[in-house]
Design a protein around this ligand. Structure first.
Ligand code: AMP
Length: 425
């Protein structure tokens, strides 16, 4: 099947061609025809499947011939990064027809976002909290709304956004068409779909959670005290051009980026404690090659889409198989090849085995040749944690009382707890 058989507007076919998309991905092939007929969609599709264009193309097709100056499309996304990614995809797809979009998320000033509402920007892509802030004001009535998208609805549930979404639904007029995307369908999400969708076309792409086929997986067993040094060594030895490195906590992301920079590996970090301009700069620097490594926490990495990202490194083993899939989904996008490297400490082996069981994979364990595995804790040159005077493992496991629990911290805590529950059942 080609894009032209989907009968999309010629300006969109040009946009798709310019992006180098040769044919619709399976989710696009299934979603676009009924969406063009005006049907609601309920799609279970993992990240990396091409789901963004699957909802954007039918919306853009229906907007092309309409007069400008009214916001007719609203996309709700769980994180700022995902919202920006959707905006970028929309701009690329709509480059030959002038349909405009704007992102509305927290962490930046409200002024330009207000203007986007006032001008009636065609499509607004928003995170729930900031959108509700705008709804306090009459300029954000969205009275001409026709298309509503909920993207990564299960993540919005995980992050505690469900009440916000219900408030948003009460505020906006009933849309003509709703597109609902979620990688999983837990009961509260099922309930929400029953409330807002009208006889939707159901599309399920992958029943069983699985990472993209082009990803190869490797595991390096290592003690906590040598994790940082091992990562530095892997990056020095050559076959990794750029890598997105995941840590479970924001503090560890900060510490690890410092260790890498100290060792001459240009790195930046992206997590919930960083301001929006800092995140944007970090991501842009990583995309342009200024930084070789981007250290990220799970939430902040949602929506990160980097062309030719060859490697994802799990510096910490993720607490749940779904997080592993989401993390490694950042590489091998759209049928490319990629490698997922996981550093596993003895105390994280059981988490890793849960992941292998859930994915039906046995991941090879690799011992890095000539790496000084027997060096004493904290030995220079690459201490894994900031304070070389303390045993690294203790520093890593120290319990901290978070000063303020924000959405990301809450999500991480819940994720870890759920992971543990699954392990014990
Ligand atoms: P998504 O799942 O929407 O985040 O898309 C994952 C990646 O696939 C993005 O980099 C898209 O630009 C790319 N992509 C989407 N649709 C296609 C397609 N039909 N052919 C090739 N690449 C695509």
């Amino acid at each position: 099947m080609s894009f032209s058989t989907l009968k999309l507007h010629p300006t969109l076919i040009r946009g798709v061609d310019k992006l180098g998309f040769l044919r619709p991905s399976p989710i696009q092939a299934k979603a676009i025809p009924p969406a063009l007929e005006g049907r609601d969609l309920l799609a279970c599709a993992a990240t990396g499947s091409g789901k963004t264009a699957a909802f954007l193309l039918p919306i853009l097709h229906q907007l092309v011939e309409k007069p400008r100056g009214t916001t007719r499309g609203l996309v709700l996304a769980p994180t700022r990064e995902l919202a920006c990614q959707i905006r970028d995809d929309l701009n690329a797809l709509a480059q030959f027809n002038g349909i405009k979009s704007a992102v509305v998320h927290g962490g930046v000033v409200m002024g330009p976002q207000k203007t986007a509402f006032r001008r009636g920007t065609d499509v607004i892509i928003a995170t729930p909290g900031r959108l509700l802030d705008h709804f306090q004001h009459h300029y954000a009535a969205l009275s001409g709304l026709e298309f509503l998208v909920l993207d990564e609805a299960d993540r919005m549930l995980d992050m505690g956004f469900l009440p916000d979404i219900r408030r948003i639904l009460q505020h906006v007029p009933k849309p003509k068409q709703v597109f609902f995307f979620s990688a999983t369908m837990p009961p509260p999400i099922e309930k929400l779909t029953r409330e807002i969708l009208r006889e939707p076309v159901r599309i399920t792409l992958q029943r069983k959670a699985a990472p993209a086929e082009g990803v190869s997986h490797t595991v390096y067993p290592v003690l906590a005290k040598q994790r940082g040094a091992l990562l530095v060594e892997l990056l020095r030895r050559g076959h990794i051009d750029n890598a997105l490195v995941f840590t479970r906590t924001k503090h560890r992301a900060d510490r690890l980026a410092k260790v890498l920079n100290r060792n001459g590996i240009f790195s930046e970090r992206i997590h919930g404690n960083r301001s929006q301009p800092q995140r944007t700069k970090a991501l842009a620097g990583f995309k342009s090659g200024k930084f070789r490594v981007l250290v990220a926490t799970d939430i902040a990495a949602r929506g990160i889409d980097v062309d030719a990202l060859g490697h994802v490194v799990n510096f910490d083993v993720p607490g749940a198989p779904e997080d592993y899939i989401h993390r490694v989904g950042r590489t091998a996008r759209a049928e490319a090849k990629g490698e997922a490297i996981t550093l596993v400490m003895p105390e994280s082996e059981s988490d890793l085995q849960d992941i292998e069981r859930a994915l039906g994979l046995t991941i090879p364990r690799i011992h890095l040749e000539d790496f000084p595995y027997d060096v004493a804790p904290g030995t220079p040159p690459h201490p894994p944690h900031g304070n070389t005077n303390k045993p690294a493992q203790k520093a890593g496991n120290r319990k901290r009382k978070p000063a303020k629990i924000d959405a990301e911290s809450k999500y991480q805590l819940r994720r870890r707890r759920n992971g543990k529950r699954r392990t014990s059942s």
